[in-house]
Write a protein that binds this ligand. Structure first.
Ligand code: PMP
Length: 354
């Protein structure tokens, strides 16, 4: 039986994508070859890379606006240092909203001065800081749009007069935002976009070339832009499956259509967390993520009963991250409303029984 997969990432992808992706392992495009054995320079794969790069820009509404899309390796974690390597000349600002921002700050400190413009660390990152003032003269401001571990999400983005960089690893393609307000967006594929192994970087070309340091070729955005994201062997299969997932999203109606579905899913689950006295949410209500809902039991003695019930209902991946505890239900694009319904039924069943 197919599980209801609430895993935080790698995570559920559309079932149709799994079908098509498995077929391509056996025979890709009726070529008599597996996608795993073709050259990354073959026309078949170059077409995949071109379509993936084009779809990423199209879904974000950034086509023809001076942006380039790249599919790189090394995960979002490599982007923590690559952004600073390429863009930090003297001083950059960071909004610290959780573990991943913290790690981005740590890497950037190797390249220049970092101003922590705002942080919610004192409250174990259960809210998004607001009303902060941004110092002048920053090389860029870095944000994390969705905090996968803590279940918070930025709803209003700050207006800045410097380049704006955003780690969108866990909510890319999930909601409509004016993506043109960002100069660089990066996201590890393994949530809404595809399997682990590739990282999307969308970058406005005109922010590059401003630092004086030498940058090694593999860590230089300009290298990858000039080679069409094919400077070295890309993660062929991860890019292919990401391309299929973006096609799926486009056919569904794009980011606008999935946002409506995501909002309905999140509303259903958060209503249960609010109304059921056995549960309480972790994140501040106005900052709650539509992708990762963090919550716990009000009575720890019910843990064994609840854990048995959700596992028996075919639910996977509900345990919270160790730095928050409790539970985390990740509701990425490909998770169906039915799966949320199953979880909510288990939660209300627990209330009936308790
Ligand atoms: N940023 C965010 C918001 C994440 O959720 C993650 C991973 N879950 C990362 C960065 C790190 O990504 P990677 O493992 O691809 O390096």
């Amino acid at each position: 039986m197919k599980k209801h997969n609430f895993s935080a990432g790698p995570c559920i992808l559309p079932q149709d994508v799994f079908q098509e992706a498995s077929q391509a392992i056996l025979d890709f495009n009726d070529s008599g070859l597996s996608i795993l054995e073709i050259s990354h320079r073959s026309k078949d794969f170059v077409d995949v890379m071109d379509e993936a790069r084009q779809l990423a820009l199209e879904l974000l509404g950034l086509e023809g606006k001076g942006y380039k899309a790249l599919f790189l390796q090394g995960g979002a974690s490599t982007q923590f240092l690559m952004t600073a390597y390429n863009l930090l000349q003297s001083k950059a600002g960071y909004i610290n909203t959780g573990t991943w921002s913290d790690k981005a700050i740590k890497e950037a400190k190797l390249f220049g001065e970092i101003v922590e413009v705002a942080s919610s660390k004192e409250a174990n990152f259960n809210y998004i800081p607001k009303g902060y003032s941004i110092p002048e003269g920053l090389d860029y401001l870095h944000l994390t749009s969705n905090n996968t571990i803590f279940g918070t999400q930025i709803k209003d983005f700050p207006e800045v007069d410097c380049p704006l960089i955003c780690d969108m690893s866990s909510d890319i393609f999930s909601r409509e935002i004016d993506f043109g307000q960002f100069d660089l967006i990066y996201a590890g594929a393994q949530k809404n976009m595809g399997p682990a192994g590739t990282t999307l970087v969308v970058i406005r070309e005109d922010i590059l070339g401003k630092v004086t340091r030498q940058i090694p070729s593999m860590l230089n955005y300009e290298t990858h832009i000039s080679k069409g994201s094919m400077f070295n062997t890309p993660a062929v299969y991860a890019v292919y499956v990401s391309m299929l997932t973006m096609r799926w999203l486009k056919n569904l109606g794009g980011v606008k259509a999935i946002e409506e579905i995501n909002d309905r899913k999140a509303t259903l689950l958060y209503s249960e967390i609010e109304l059921n006295p056995l549960f309480k949410g972790f994140a501040a209500k106005e900052d709650r993520s539509t992708m990762n809902a963090t919550f716990s039991l009000t009575d720890g003695d019910l843990k064994d009963a609840f854990d048995t019930m959700w596992k028996e209902a075919g639910i996977n991946g509900l345990n919270g991250h160790r730095s928050v505890g409790g539970y985390r239900a990740s509701m990425y694009n490909a998770l169906s409303m039915d799966s949320i319904g199953v979880l909510v039924d288990v939660m209300s069943e627990l209330e009936r029984k308790a």
